[in-house]
Design a protein around this ligand. Structure first.
Ligand SMILES: Cc1cc2nc3c(=O)[nH]c(=O)nc-3n(C[C@H](O)[C@H](O)[C@H](O)COP(=O)(O)OP(=O)(O)OC[C@H]3O[C@@H](n4cnc5c(N)ncnc54)[C@H](O)[C@@H]3O)c2cc1C
Length: 553
């Protein structure tokens, strides 16, 4: 990706065909699709790329067994359509970035014969709807087979498990890979650039976005022929900027996840808890060396503080522990994340848990703003395809074929499951580091490791005994537009999800590399470290945990 100053310069001198507002899954997907169809495209995000909902998901590439269950129970064809479309997209999403996404088998525990028949039939239907996109057929596992796969599963009354396969991915890195692919193909992407208003032509159509640079506090304008609002839960706000008279379309639902030590759980298998007290499902999934547990589903607004709360942690632990031989306690939680689902409301007062995870592309007839509302990560590509078709119609040009179906993301070229083996002798690196880097950066792991040839210090582990190395920090600052400590530790290298305490410990190191690369003063660096540490410590306190170090600030 270009540097911030190069990006700013190219923005100032261009009238774009499309300005995409929002750099989450939806915006990144729209920007890549538009650029590949030959439209001059710019993408702006108010904060860091992928910093909102798109890095707080359950990390499943799925149709959603819960939504299938709802569609059957309530004869809801809309839900069924969403599940079917997502299942078609699942295979494409896995194939286009195999270093970031892979199949994952999940086990559904059954405690009665009736449950076993019910889940076997339901998951066979899930297989059938997948059609050509099926990853692996579902099957029944005996109690013995189930406990080999899930040694910690509570076996009292267990009659077996039904195993089915969905996809799993690294959501934050997938978003970054989409944006890097967009930039490599000629697109312009800028983070920390908040759209604060619009200018219009005489006939009321949007012609410019007024943008506030959140880092320099300067304002600038972006000229474009069309504007795509891909701001997820914030979409009603941008719709209002373009047309103050509009009615809100979104309802928001908060969902949290917690991460627990994997050693204390089980080895490689994932579990779906099929029934919670409030009629939901909960996943317990091995992810990046941790057990990811979630999620919740509670109506929320943008005014509510978006944090993992102690009562939500207790809710997840309570349900997980019913299935576990050795219960987890709150002090074993190592990190967590909270996000807001942007759900399109049909206007009535339906229960938020039952709102369809479908998307809609809306064109405001007065201003011309194109808003992409709702959807899910798994359908980001299909949503983008629909949105860019509308962009071309608004530009009054022929709708050209979408190219993203089989377009591999940068880092996927030449990648295979044994790619990391080649890095070990070439860079004299450990197998763990080679594997870790190739699963984050794909074949760009070579460029990360090249940095260690120039500066040997960059081969040092970030956390003693863990596979991440200093070179990742430098690479993400130089080539992936990371501008803050959190950008590096959360979205780029993921240490913040692995452990809040380790992230706090690594903050001064990341601060020192940011200072070196961006020319920060010593005072600025210390302040950035203090702010980050305080933010994480507060997050831990809200989740009911005691930070390891004394509270900063
Ligand atoms: C708890 C939870 C679990 C989920 N699990 C899954 C799952 O397992 N699988 C799945 O397929 N889906 C899942 N989803 C759904 C999926 O994560 C979301 O549908 C998707 O990430 C939404 O992406 P988005 O780009 O629309 O929104 P976001 O990721 O929220 O991005 C919107 C972006 O717009 C930017 N923005 C806002 N205002 C402005 C402005 N004025 N100017 C410029 N930029 C602006 C924000 O900074 C933000 O980066 C889950 C969602 C939640 C909440």
């Amino acid at each position: 990706m270009k540097s911030r100053s190069e990006t700013m310069a190219s923005i100032k001198n261009t009238t774009f065909d499309v300005c995409v507002i929002g750099g989450g899954a939806t915006g990144a997907g729209c920007a890549l699709d538009a650029e590949l169809r030959g439209l001059r495209t710019v993408l702006l995000d108010a904060a860091d790329f992928v910093s909102a909902t798109s890095s707080a998901s359950t990390k499943l590439v799925h149709g959603g067994v819960r939504y299938l269950q709802q569609s059957v129970a309530e004869c809801d064809f809309g839900q069924y359509r969403v599940v079917r479309r997502a299942l078609r997209e699942r295979k494409l999403m896995l194939a286009n970035a195999p270093f970031l996404a892979r199949p994952l088998e999940l086990l559904v525990p059954c405690f009665s014969r009736r449950d076993a028949y019910y889940f076997r039939a339901g998951l066979k239907l899930y297989d059938w709807i997948s059609g050509q996109g099926m990853l692996s057929p579902s099957r029944f596992l005996s109690v013995r087979e189930s406990t080999v796969r899930l040694p910690m599963l509570n076996t009292a009354g267990l009659v077996g498990t039904v195993a089915y396969t969905d996809g799993q991915f690294d959501d934050a890195r997938y978003g970054i890979a989409l944006l890097k692919t967009f930039a490599e193909n000629g697109g312009t992407a800028l983070n920390y650039a908040r759209v604060a208003g619009f200018a219009k032509t005489k006939d009321g159509k949007l012609s410019k976005a007024h943008v506030e640079d959140q880092l320099s506090q300067q304002c600038f304008t972006v000229r474009a022929k069309t504007f795509v609002n891909a701001t997820g839960p914030f979409a009603d706000g941008v719709r209002k900027l373009a047309d103050p008279g509009i009615h809100p379309r979104l309802r928001l639902s908060k969902g949290i996840h917690i991460l627990l030590p994997l050693e204390a759980a089980f080895r490689l298998d994932a579990m779906l808890i099929p029934k919670t007290d409030d009629g939901r499902v909960i996943f317990a999934i091995p992810w990046q060396g941790r057990l990811l547990v979630g999620t919740t589903d509670d109506e929320a607004t943008l005014d509510d503080e978006l944090a993992v709360k102690q009562e939500e942690v207790e809710y997840l632990l309570r349900h997980l522990n019913r299935y576990w031989k050795r219960p987890f306690s709150i002090d074993q939680v190592v990190s967590g994340m909270a996000g807001l689902r942007p759900l399109v409301s049909p206007g009535d007062a339906r229960n938020i848990k039952k709102l369809i995870r479908d998307h809609e592309v809306e064109v405001n007839q007065d201003s011309g703003l194109i808003s992409v509302l709702g959807g899910k990560w798994t359908t980001y590509r299909a949503m983008a395809e629909d949105a860019v078709n509308v962009v071309q119609q608004c530009l009054k040009i022929a709708v050209s074929p979408c190219k993203t179906q089989h377009f591999q993301l940068t880092g996927a070229e030449g990648y295979g499951p044994t790619f990391w083996h080649t890095l070990v002798p070439k860079f004299h690196t450990s197998p763990d580091t080679a594997q870790h880097l190739s699963e984050k950066f794909g074949t760009h792991a070579v460029e990360v490791l090249e940095l260690t040839r120039v500066d040997k210090q960059l081969a040092t582990p970030i956390v003693a005994g863990a596979p991440g190395i200093h070179a990742e920090i430098v690479y993400s600052i130089r080539y992936e537009m990371a501008a803050s400590i959190e950008d590096v530790l959360a979205r780029r290298i993921g240490l913040q999800w692995f452990s809040w305490n380790s992230a706090i410990a690594a903050a001064p190191l990341v601060g020192s590399y940011l200072a070196r690369e961006h020319g920060w003063s010593a005072e600025q660096t210390q302040q950035a470290v203090r702010d980050y540490t305080f933010k994480l410590q507060r997050t831990m306190c809200l989740a009911g945990l005691k930070p390891k170090h004394a509270l900063a600030g």
